[in-house]
Design a protein around this ligand. Structure first.
Ligand code: ZN
Length: 276
């Protein structure tokens, strides 16, 4: 039983503020062990539920957040950035289930540190006409490989979002959103127990199904400034559909996510100082 954990940081235990997840800040250093603790609780539950191999893929920012020296020795860690499938690197049709750990709500919506890939410059993403969080995009990618989403952890709004794109998956709310930068948080000793138990139970869903034939998908992305849409529209296949909005069609979800990665890279490179 091969399981993959896609581990983001905004939805980790205790995290509520930008500095909590910004590389090299003292707050980030404080939250790295707590984030690693969430991962370890999940790994423990997955093995207790029958997993035989767990790959943890770092999915936040520079993708060097988890403390390898504290990782459960049964797990393997994919750390570092510049991976073709980014948050979902490691997914293939032999994976029996995926966990979205430390996830968060979509750009443009309420939720602790809500965003979709870029911190503020993207104000909304739509997958085939439905507003999409990172979780919804990544679940669609997993589905293309026949891989079920077993468990999602994050704030309560992340769990509500997961109910929409992965209704069979378990969910653990490690905090209750009060605002984009405030939450009522459970301590790590409590969330560890909840995550471990949910991961163990969620293993009942594990087991790859036959991957369906790749289907065409459309992604539209809205930015907070016109020049970002114009910059992204330089990419072949990407069209500007409104002043701040681009869209593209792709033959598969894998191709769509690679194109999405290009669009976000170009747009973030075009951000200008305080005017965005
Ligand atoms: Zn994220």
């Amino acid at each position: 039983m091969r399981i993959m954990i896609s581990a983001d940081m905004e939805g980790a235990t205790g995290v509520t503020w930008t500095a909590d997840v910004e590389t090299n800040s003292p707050q980030w250093e404080r939250f790295r062990p707590m984030f690693t603790g969430d991962v370890n609780a999940c790994v423990a539950g997955l093995f207790a539920g029958g997993a035989t191999d767990v790959l943890v893929n770092e999915a936040h920012s520079a993708q060097r957040n988890i403390l390898l020296e504290r990782l459960d020795p049964r797990a393997r860690l994919l750390t570092g950035r510049h991976k073709p499938l980014s948050m979902m690197q490691g997914i293939d049709s032999g994976v029996d289930g995926v966990v979205f750990l430390g996830y968060h709500a979509a750009a443009g919506l309420d939720g602790v540190l809500s965003h979709t890939y870029l911190p503020n410059q993207i104000t909304g993403v739509w997958l085939d006409g439905t507003r999409a969080s990172e979780g919804r995009l990544n679940a669609a990618l997993a589905a293309e490989y026949g891989v079920p989403v077993l468990l999602v952890t994050g704030d309560d709004l992340t769990c509500a979002d997961a109910a929409g794109y992965a209704p069979s998956a378990s969910a653990v709310a490690v905090k209750q959103c009060v605002s984009r930068y405030a939450a009522i948080c459970k301590p790590p000793s409590v969330t560890a127990t909840e995550i471990e138990e949910a991961a163990r139970e969620a293993m009942a869903l594990a087991g790859a199904t036959t991957a369906p034939a790749p289907a065409a998908h459309r992604i539209e992305i809205e930015f907070d400034a016109a020049h970002l849409a114009a910059a992204a529209a330089v990419v072949p296949t990407v069209e500007q559909v409104d002043v701040r909005r681009v869209g593209f069609d792709a033959a598969s979800m894998t191709a769509a996510m690679k194109a999405f990665k290009v669009v976000t890279a170009i747009a973030s490179g075009a951000v200008e100082g305080s005017y965005g």
